[in-house]
Design a protein around this ligand. Structure first.
Ligand SMILES: NC(=O)c1ccc[n+]([C@@H]2O[C@H](COP(=O)([O-])OP(=O)(O)OC[C@H]3O[C@@H](n4cnc5c(N)ncnc54)[C@H](OP(=O)(O)O)[C@@H]3O)[C@@H](O)[C@H]2O)c1
Length: 279
């Protein structure tokens, strides 16, 4: 399933996440197998410490570079020289001369610093060193601040999103600005296998004769969200990929939407320990 970003760039809606796969042989084998299965979208980040292995696996797959969509993310809040250094380092490790989607990993608590970082991404975009640019972990207020100075509207916001945090208001806001959304942490660090989520999801999974992760991934895809489940286990990599072939009814979508509890299993973007605060 391919979706088109606001600037016309095509992006596979289902990708593989690579957070916490920093052991090099594991990162290499995971990406290599995912590409064999059919994934063409890899989500990595400077901070994941695996770009080198992602790049090697892509190279060894012999799949033409232009058939694979790579997202990576800038970590930090530094000056332009250091951002340039970080971006070049990502390119070197990924063995490529462009990135498909480059994201600011987290907003800074000081919006002026976030605006400066965004201006650097805009420059990369204008220089055609990235095909699309976006942000991650932006709440509505972060986006509104950014849009005050942005020359280019972000094409993507990658945020925590799963049945316990369905992000319906944020998604509606992003839709109104023509910004696409990617879900991270779709499996809620295992909480989808526990009440109250398990009960509803298990009934739907049995009805379709698939797994609970399949149902959660299918629910995100059907909402028009990009999904990047992570697994290092070959059977799960394959299983997750098959989620795109599941069609949920409107009632099933509604039942999952009703599981929202506003539960975060990752950091709250308004209260992270990273970045600096305006005095
Ligand atoms: N932008 C951000 O700040 C941010 C933050 C977090 C994550 N992300 C991105 O989003 C991706 C996905 O999020 P995530 O890694 O946190 O979590 P996730 O995809 O929700 O879950 C990964 C965990 O679920 C297990 N799993 C995967 N498929 C399964 C299946 N079919 N059945 C049972 N268990 C399964 C994995 O185990 P095994 O690996 O052992 O199979 C792993 O422990 C990340 O890898 C990363 O690329 C972005």
């Amino acid at each position: 399933m391919i979706k088109t970003l606001p600037n016309g760039v095509k992006m596979p809606q289902l990708g593989i996440g690579t957070f916490k796969i920093s052991e090099s042989s594991e990162a290499y084998e995971t990406v290599k197998y995912a590409l064999e299965v059919g994934y063409r979208h890899i989500d990595t980040a400077q901070i994941y410490n695996n770009e080198e292995m992602v790049g090697q696996a892509i190279k060894d797959s012999k799949i033409p570079r232009e058939e694979i969509f790579i997202t990576t993310k800038y970590w930090g809040f530094s000056n332009e020289a250091n951002m340039e250094k970080a971006f070049n380092e990502s390119l070197r490790k990924l063995q490529t001369d462009y990135v498909d989607l480059y994201l600011i990993h987290w907003p800074n608590h000081d919006e002026a610093i976030t605006a400066r970082t965004w201006a650097f991404l805009e420059k990369l975009y204008e220089q055609k060193r990235v095909r699309a640019i976006g942000v991650s972990n932006f709440q509505k207020h972060h986006m509104e601040s950014l849009l005050k100075t942005a020359k280019i509207v972000p094409m993507m916001n990658q945020v925590e999103c799963h049945p316990g945090l369905s992000q319906v208001p944020l998604k509606a806001y992003l839709d109104s600005k023509n910004i696409m959304m990617t879900s991270y942490g779709p499996l809620m660090k295992g909480s989808i296998f526990k009440p109250p989520f398990f009960d509803t999801l298990d009934v739907i999974a049995h009805r379709h004769n698939v797994s609970i992760p399949n149902i959660v991934i299918a629910w995100g895809l059907q909402r028009g969200i990009f999904m990047i489940p992570k697994s290092v286990t070959p059977s799960r990599i394959l299983e997750n990929f098959q989620s795109q072939f599941i069609k949920l009814s409107n009632e099933e979508m509604e039942a999952i939407n009703h599981l929202n509890r506003g539960n975060r299993v990752y950091a709250d973007p308004d209260n992270t320990p990273w970045g600096s605060y305006r005095e």
